[in-house]
Design a binder for this molecule. Sequence first.
Ligand SMILES: C[S@@+](CC[C@H](N)C(=O)[O-])C[C@H]1O[C@@H](n2cnc3c(N)ncnc32)[C@H](O)[C@@H]1O
Length: 208
Amino acid sequence: MLGLLRKVLGHPFVYDQVRPRVVGGIDMQSLYDSLGSDAKRAVLDVGCGTGDALRHLHGVERYLGIDTDPVAVREARRRFGDRPNVRFECKFLQPADVTDFAPTGVVLSGVLHHLTNDEAEGVLRLALTSPTLVRLVTSDIVFLPGKLFNNVLAMMDRGRFCRDPDAYAALARHAGLELEAGITVASSPDNDRVRYFLMALVPKVPRS
Ligand SMILES: C[S@@+](CC[C@H](N)C(=O)[O-])C[C@H]1O[C@@H](n2cnc3c(N)ncnc32)[C@H](O)[C@@H]1O
């Protein structure tokens, strides 16, 4: 039953059209702004889904979206595949993707809560192998004390590894990243019932 619910929640129409109405509209602009202009030059979007990042990323020179869900990748290509220097691939992130693409910015929007600690740290470590990495940004559902509606929705989510803010930050630290900023934001300006945890992460040793 829970499996069926998660499958329905992951359908592109439900994900892009229905979910924002339930949680009050989702405005992720602040996540993409937190990349900063220097990191926005070459963006690797891990778990890109239907390519929504491209509605928010302006001034990007190169973009690579990777996702394991063929339905989402097909939809992403339909929406944005004709843009220059934009590419989508249906796969797990591989070391060669990072070395070949050499991202300056990495986005993990709504992804860490789908991954075990080992998987999440593996992806973060892979991102760190980019010699040009400036910043990595993440956004996830989050367990917060006293936020019942938020926490129930988080429990019903397709992602099975929702965490509290400290646990997300610990993942980043273990992977060798420094937490530049970690904030919770409302899913929309006029609805505080659902919140997300956003992290801006930088390599502990800055790249030259
Ligand atoms: C909550 S959706 C977020 C989609 C998009 N980033 C957004 O913000 O709209 C999470 C996505 O991560 C993808 N995903 C989960 N685990 C993944 C993995 N190990 N590698 C690549 N993508 C993954 C799922 O298929 C799904 O499309």
